[in-house]
Design a protein around this ligand. Structure first.
Ligand code: NAD
Length: 472
């Protein structure tokens, strides 16, 4: 690709200290060069954000929100360009890339509508106590490679609307769409309000440990999230961590197995399974286990696994070689322990392709069941007793999401209440919405994003507690 990508620091488009290759996961070959920051550029980006903060925080919220809405408009106007670059760097089929880009537009628009009003906690005439919310300062936003566009918006929108400035660092394997967003921000916003730097997994610690960063908004793996939390401890920085998941789907015995298998398949295989809240293990009643597994296998065999830029592709490659190797290893192990009904072999072609794979007859302690596979390989497990399957679903350190499938909505909802995660969807999956809070339980996260409480995470309470002076 003959295109010049630049970092964004203090309103300037910067070539970076060096460059590195960005690989198209559908070919395994480099297709673009990304500018790379160094420690000095990280410091410059944080200094620019710090310098811009007082002016931005003092800008009326209506003006800040209007600018966020303008970013959304500019993104929409360039949606096709964003989507094809997203497919090239991330691998997802073009229609799914477009869905992510338009979801990003709607997310920013939703944040542009949100407000936090001062809250009167007490008003006795003599004593008035009001809770205001003030911005924190410089936010470091660190994102992963599975949804490189929308996961930035979940941070950018609330940070800007509430009056913070931001330094964004995308994942090294999917940096380009974030740099494109930087181009938009450069045109629309005052210098330093939004800064974008790129690294090769080497500058995150400098950013999170930087004394002038007030908050770290992180989305990524639980292992890195722990490092972020440790780095933030020194400065008692605010952190929000959106981490990994091992979401269970519990299928109840009153459903039509074919109908629900289709939905579970969609929840497991979208984005080639690389979704924090993808269905990562399915629990199915004994009586319908064979039929359910066979329907999943039929759907898996129908998948069109190919380069996401080709029309008709339903499943693209894994995003990077490391993830490809990780999923391959889990798959090899699962093949020895269970029965593979569909898929099972990486494609013999360049790129990181693993076809949708359905594995049955695994024990609960199989690594494919216990670990987050983050790939298109679904273990399907049998159950006999509802209380026991709830226990099995909860038997993990993860607690991000989950799904329950049942015709009797009351009963399905009662089961959902017993699943120990931040979100449980009933008869649907991935219903993430900018107006509904999203947060992980247990080791899946700390704090959260989206909704009014997500907006609060970018502010601190500022209590003004006033009484009148008595007559002298
Ligand atoms: P990762 O943790 O390897 O990387 C995430 C980001 O952290 C990248 O930008 C990386 O460069 C950066 N990073 C690496 N080392 C760092 C350090 N020491 N300090 C600060 N930043 C550092 O995660 P990944 O492999 O890119 O993403 C996949 C993971 O993300 C999965 O576990 C998935 O479940 C999770 N995820 C969670 C959510 C959610 O909302 N909960 C959403 C998407 C993905």
């Amino acid at each position: 690709m003959n295109r010049d990508f630049r970092l964004l620091i203090d309103g300037e488009a910067i070539a970076g200290a060096s460059t590195f290759d960005v690989v198209n996961p559908a070919t395994g070959a480099a297709f673009a060069q990304c500018p790379k920051a160094d420690a000095a550029l990280v410091d410059r980006a944080v200094a620019a954000a710090k310098h811009a903060f007082p002016g931005w925080a003092a800008t009326p919220i209506e003006e800040r929100a209007a600018l966020v809405a303008k970013i959304a408009d500019a993104l929409e106007a360039r949606a096709g360009e964003f989507a094809s670059l997203l497919t090239a760097e991330q691998g997802k089929p073009l229609d799914q890339a477009m869905y992510e880009v338009m979801g990003s537009v709607f997310t920013l628009r939703a944040f542009a509508e949100m407000r936090i009003e001062p809250k009167t906690l007490r008003d006795t005439g003599g004593n008035v106590v009001i809770e205001h919310r003030t911005p924190l300062g410089v936010v470091a936003a660190i994102t992963p490679w599975n949804f490189p566009v929308i996961l930035v918006m979940n941070k950018l929108g609330p940070a800007l609307v509430t009056g913070n400035t931001i330094v964004i660092k995308p994942a090294p394997t999917t940096p380009l769409t974030t740099l494109l967003l930087g181009e938009i921000c450069r045109e629309l916003l005052p210098p330093g309000v939004v800064n974008v730097i790129c690294d090769q997994n080497d500058l995150g610690a400098r950013l999170t440990g930087h004394p002038d960063v007030a908050k770290v908004a992180f989305t990524g793996s639980t292992a890195t999230g722990k490092k972020v939390m440790a780095a933030a401890a020194e400065g008692v920085k605010r952190v929000t961590l959106e981490l990994g998941g091992n979401d269970a789907a519990i299928v109840l015995d009153d459903v039509n197995p074919r109908q629900v298998a289709q939905k579970v398949y969609g929840g497991a295989m979208a984005n080639a399974g690389q979704i924090c809240v993808a269905i990562k293990r399915a629990y199915v009643p004994e009586a319908m286990y064979d039929e359910f597994c066979d329907e999943l296998a039929r759907l898996a065999k129908e998948a069109v696994v190919d380069d996401g830029s080709k029309q008709g592709t339903t499943v693209g490659p894994l995003q990077n070689r490391m993830q490809f190797e990780k999923v391959k290893a889990l798959l090899e192990d699962a093949k020895a322990r269970g029965t593979v009904l569909a898929g099972g072999e990486p494609l013999d072609r360049p790129g990181y392709f693993i076809p949708p794979t359905i594995v049955r007859d695994l024990d609960d302690d199989a690594p494919l069941v216990r670990e987050e596979q983050f790939g298109p390989v679904l273990p399907v497990l049998k159950y006999a007793d509802i209380d026991d399957v709830i226990r099995r679903a909860n038997d993990t350190d993860m607690g991000l999401g989950g799904t329950v499938w049942g015709k009797d909505l009351t009963r399905a909802t009662e089961v959902a209440k017993k699943i120990d995660t931040g979100t449980v969807w009933v008869n649907q999956y991935l219903a993430i919405d900018a107006n509904i809070p999203f947060r992980g339980a247990k080791q899946s996260g700390l704090g959260g994003e989206l909704g009014e409480s997500g907006l609060h995470e970018y502010t601190q309470p500022h209590i003004i507690n006033a009484v009148a002076l008595e007559e002298a």
